[in-house]
Design a protein around this ligand. Structure first.
Ligand SMILES: Nc1nc2c(ncn2[C@@H]2O[C@H](COP(=O)(O)OP(=O)(O)O)[C@@H](O)[C@H]2O)c(=O)[nH]1
Ligand SMILES: [Mg+2]
Length: 200
């Protein structure tokens, strides 16, 4: 029975323009990388299906344009999202410094138990690195975020990123269920509620 069930999660990608948000989501979905820059207008949607631990998960990835004029549209939907990925570019210190603003917006506008992952992208460009791995890790530790460096170009850690996301969301939902019922956590016996039935 469980095999037929699909767990659907909405995940947003935030970060400054040019950090690689669009390429992370297209690499995840279609294994595509685009050298040429195309500015995202509004929001792009991609979805990624992952089979993990005998279950099927579908992540709807909402790729948000950096332009702030779109933020109000974005945030009207954001409240129901289960996860957010905060992306900076390891070759651009400015983009790293801006992460705290994106994080603040997520904390203000997202649901209380939103799963947050900090991502340093373009890890293939070691020679141009401006943000060390340990700086990223330290920021993540301070704010209680999961941290990964990835490359949308080589696909390094892209699959890992989305697997970690579904694990974190799935475990959180099951923990909450266990707590609400005052019982002990036993994932095999818990039924997880379905979230939204479609990508927006
Ligand atoms: N070398 C390298 N370039 C990347 C990577 N990810 C994105 N880019 C390039 O960075 C630019 C901006 O990427 P894009 O995904 O459009 O950024 P967005 O504005 O955050 O959506 C494009 O020219 C991409 O080809 C990466 O992992 N490595
Ligand atoms: Mg984009």
């Amino acid at each position: 029975m469980e095999k037929d069930q699909i767990y659907k999660y909405n995940v947003y990608i935030f970060g400054e323009s040019f950090v690689g948000k669009t390429n992370i989501s297209t690499q995840a979905e279609q294994k595509l990388f685009e050298e040429k820059y195309n500015a995202t207008i509004g929001i792009d949607f991609n979805s990624k299906t992952i089979n993990y631990s005998n279950k099927t998960f579908r992540i709807c990835i909402q790729d948000v344009s950096g332009q702030s004029m779109y933020r109000s549209i974005v945030f009207s939907y954001f409240r129901s999202a289960q996860g957010a990925i905060l992306v900076y570019d390891i070759t651009n210190r400015e983009s790293f410094l801006k992460i705290s603003e994106h994080l603040q917006l997520c904390k203000q506008r997202g649901k209380d138990d939103l799963v947050l992952i900090l991502v340093g992208n373009k890890n293939d460009l070691e020679q141009n690195r401006e943000v060390s791995y340990s700086e990223g890790q330290q920021f993540a530790d301070e704010h209680n975020l999961t941290f990964l460096e990835v490359s949308a170009k080589t696909a390094y850690n892209i699959e890992e990123l989305f697997i970690q996301m579904i694990q974190l969301i799935y475990n959180k939902a099951n923990n909450e269920l266990a707590q609400n019922e005052g019982g002990q956590l036993d994932i095999s016996k818990k039924k997880q509620p379905f979230y939204s039935s479609k990508c927006y």
